[in-house]
Write a protein that binds this ligand. Sequence first.
Ligand SMILES: C[S@@+](CC[C@H](N)C(=O)[O-])C[C@H]1O[C@@H](n2cnc3c(N)ncnc32)[C@H](O)[C@@H]1O
Length: 383
Amino acid sequence: MTPGARVAAAIEVLERIRGGEPAEKALTNWARTARYAGSKDRAALRDHVFSVLRCWWSCAAWGGGEDGRALLLGSLRLQGIDADTVFTGEGHAPAPLTEVERVLAVPDATAVRDLPDWLWERFEASLGANAEAAVEALRVRAPIMLRVNARRATRAAAQARLASEGIVAQPVEIARHALQVIDGERKITTSQCYAEGWVELQDGSSQAAMEALELPDGARVLDYCAGGGGKVLALAARVTGAFFAHDAAPQRMRDLPVRAARAGVDVGLLTQPEGEFDLVLCDAPCSGSGTWRRTPEAKWALTPERLEELTRLQLRILSEAAPLVAPAGRLVYATCSVLKEENQDVIARFASENPEWTVREMQHWPISETGDGFFLSQLERVC
Ligand SMILES: C[S@@+](CC[C@H](N)C(=O)[O-])C[C@H]1O[C@@H](n2cnc3c(N)ncnc32)[C@H](O)[C@@H]1O
């Protein structure tokens, strides 16, 4: 496909999204009707669509409207691409720019903030002077991060082996085993390095948070909201111990046995956890506000009601998990949100309703070049 045809396809997909289709579904549905599109075309299309979703209001301001064509025009202008070279009308490219489109005024960049107003208030209340930087960070593409599995390889060995498979990655400071992928990201999941469990895809802040947990050899660990199991795998790579995973929706853990086998670790799946664990991790469902550059639709879809519902669920999960912690053990609460309603406020409320628990530590990771926004709190029983 030509650059113009890719932009035309992106306009079509954005129209589907405006019509109510979720972005992933709209992209899949489009691909079904366009068998001629190769993997590079699909990746380019996705980039166009996600660039708009991350910066919807800026694109609308720079493109003079909120239909697919205006949004794409705005997105190209924002990226400094001469739209006349793409809107040519040739082949499958979109029609040439009209005079009105060509003379659109460049808006004042500071006047547009790509976040719903109600959320801006929450960002300011949560992050203070860092709120603007967080909103700005959510406007750009997320880094592709790998965690090197210390049970299989050193970071240097994994970096060299990835390079031999055409994947350029470099060590970054955020976590001890973190590599940032610079080139060849589409080869990761088909590489030998990945198949043999040397590396896993995992955001830098999640890696750093799992490294921050004190974990003695032989510990019994329960990942209470395990999902795909990224966190428990990171913990199991650190020490020998007994590792278990639970999720209220067990089907979310379906890939975990394969991932654990690849990584060379054992993780038991528990539908009804019982007994005592030295560490119980609650990586709770949340707004995901720290990860919205990966899932930009979510920042426009969240409502105050949904946020409130999530905080109730987060408190409930902590109450369910707390009895599973051994007397001298730790209850760990984590979210990939930057909102204090889901972080400090949940912890403060839990501690005030459960005075036998005290907060030992609270840590925040900002949305950065190598990590998503992340929150971690560790609680212990009062002696
Ligand atoms: C943020 S995700 C977990 C991500 C996962 N830890 C990882 O690293 O990939 C939250 C998970 O909590 C699960 N969940 C929701 N309500 C729950 C509950 N009451 N008890 C346990 N898990 C729950 C969801 O099904 C979801 O998989």
